[in-house]
Design a protein around this ligand. Sequence first.
Ligand code: CP
Length: 306
Amino acid sequence: RRHFLSALDLNIVEANRLLDLADTFVALNRQTTKKLDLLKGRTLVNLFFENSTRTQSSFELAGKRLGADTMNMSVKNSSVAKGETLIDTAVTLNAMRPDLLVIRHASSGAAELLSQKVGCSVINAGDGQHEHPTQALLDALAMRRVFGDLAGLTVAICGDVLHSRVARSNVNLLSVLGAEVRLVGPPTLLPAGADRWGASVHHDMEKGIAGADVVMMLRLQLERMQGALVPSTREYFRFWGLDREKLKAASDRVRVMHPGPMNRGVEIDSDVADDPAVSLIQDQIEMGVAARMAVLATLAARLDND
Ligand code: CP
């Protein structure tokens, strides 16, 4: 496949191959000189229609560290502001012959749609509430470096699952890798049919994280909620925010994750988020560059073979 649109694009062999490759890039990124020429002559375009700190900057660094010419399209200053559509924008950029196009968009299915219209490889950097597959890959990398094989690992994904593309991609990839996944949150923030995702569903935080090896907190996505559905953040923290007390229910070896951006004091307490003995949040950010380098290098190698 030329594109990377969903965590479901990967079987266990492909996922582990990407994770193995990403591990080598972690080592490279820790050296003083962090440069390879695997993507020399290739052009990478970042097209982000939604805000991003981690994903956009890590794709940019990943491309540069592999030797690609990398361009961040400034959507705010582009002709999108004059009404140009997603497809027209993408087809316009495609005419400039990029090799890799990284897209983030508010609509579920945007990356897939784009992949049918352009000649380059498309990478989904988050489409609406649907998927964020490179986030799942970097999360798996962070977990694998602590626990080794993910088969049999218990991962509790907690909070606003309803609006979370991170949750969907993680359920998909973790299931492929053999982990046991739990979805934990209030009924209003769990999607209808979540019990058919291949994960167990829990409406009690303490029971949901009991014995879990990983507790992955999700941001309360207030911007995707309306009117009566918006919870009070103080009430939310009392029942669903992860603090030291609630974390006692998890395994003794538990690690806490959060894809960012974090709402401190809403879904997670700083005391837990900033504790290097349990928190993998900084590791996740580091793994993001390596995981994205692995995806870019793999797709570029396929382009070379076409
Ligand atoms: N985790 C994540 O996608 O973060 P950004 O929105 O900052 O890219």
